[in-house]
Design a protein around this ligand. Structure first.
Ligand code: CP
Length: 281
């Protein structure tokens, strides 16, 4: 296979160049069009989900099956030997002997990188704690390019839990390769981590911080909403902030006609599709 991504790990968007991202998006577009069903014939993919998932696990599994691969894996650590004290290191080392590729989701930051270091086979990070979710960022870029016809020149609002939202972290890293204008909308204490803000500055990405949706809704082409990451808070803390941003039909009346609303899901109360209708979502 003659491309620079063949057999490589995907742990963070930071490791990708813009041409590599474009290659992934173009390949996805071709797959969507051509339905190439035999690309992964004879391959075995291990889907190792130590943390809950609906979309990421099932989209990886269904994509693998549609492309001719076979799947092994688990959707929680409940029945794993980690319960007997086995380390992640040993678990991954063994699984990498069975499979041709490992897809891993884990609650701990850095778990996917550790897996890549010990695995004999390539590893894809399907979300590691509050750190990164690079494949979600790629899906988001694909969707934006498809619905807006381009990636450059867009005004994009990132809304919600920017501190713990791993989809936001990966998406912000992707923006460092693009000519976009960002509006960062977060409640007090849940702003984008300083290290990411510093990197955005270094890369020349224009951005501003805001506390309300009202301030930005009329200015943007993409409204990227995210949930407050309930699992990172105590129950009392979560109660105070859980409904901080809700997109209402009244707010949407101020939006540009071509605005698209993205949400990586699961959504809690951030968007009421019943009220808003599907025009923008
Ligand atoms: N977007 C996303 O990661 O969804 P899941 O948690 O359901 O996989």
């Amino acid at each position: 296979m003659g491309n620079s991504l063949y057999s490589h790990d995907l742990i963070s968007i930071k490791a990708l160049s813009l041409p590599q991202i474009e290659l992934i998006l173009d390949t996805a577009a071709r797959l969507k069009e051509d339905k190439l069903t035999h690309l992964l014939d004879g391959k075995l993919i291990a889907h190792c989900f130590f943390e809950a998932s609906t979309r990421t696990r099932l989209s990886f599994e269904s994509a693998a099956l549609r492309l001719g691969a076979q799947n092994i894996g688990f959707s929680s650590d409940e029945h794993l030997s980690t319960k007997k004290g086995e380390t992640l290191h040993d678990t991954i080392r063994v699984i990498s002997e069975y499979a041709d590729l490992i897809v891993i989701r884990h609650p701990q930051e850095g778990a996917a990188r550790l897996a890549a270091e010990v695995s004999e086979k390539p590893v894809i990070n399907a979300g590691d704690g509050a750190n990164q979710h690079p494949t979600q960022a790629l899906v988001d870029l694909f969707t934006i390019r498809e619905c807006q016809g381009k990636l450059d020149g867009l005004h994009i609002a990132l809304v919600g839990d920017l501190k713990y939202g791993r989809t936001i972290h990966s998406f912000a890293q992707a923006c460092m390769l693009l000519n976009v204008r960002l509006y960062l909308v977060a409640p007090d204490g849940l702003a984008l981590p300083e290290s990411l803000c510093d990197s955005l500055k270094k890369c020349g990405v224009r951005f501003s911080s805001h506390s309300s949706l009202e301030e930005v809704v009329s200015k943007v082409d993409i409204l990227y909403l995210t949930r407050i990451q309930q699992e990172r808070f105590s129950a009392a803390e979560y109660e105070l902030i859980k409904n901080h941003y809700i997109l209402t039909p009244e707010l949407l009346q101020r939006a540009k006609p071509h605005l698209k609303v993205l949400h990586p899901l699961p959504r809690i109360n951030e968007i009421d599709i019943g009220e808003i209708g599907r025009a923008h979502v």
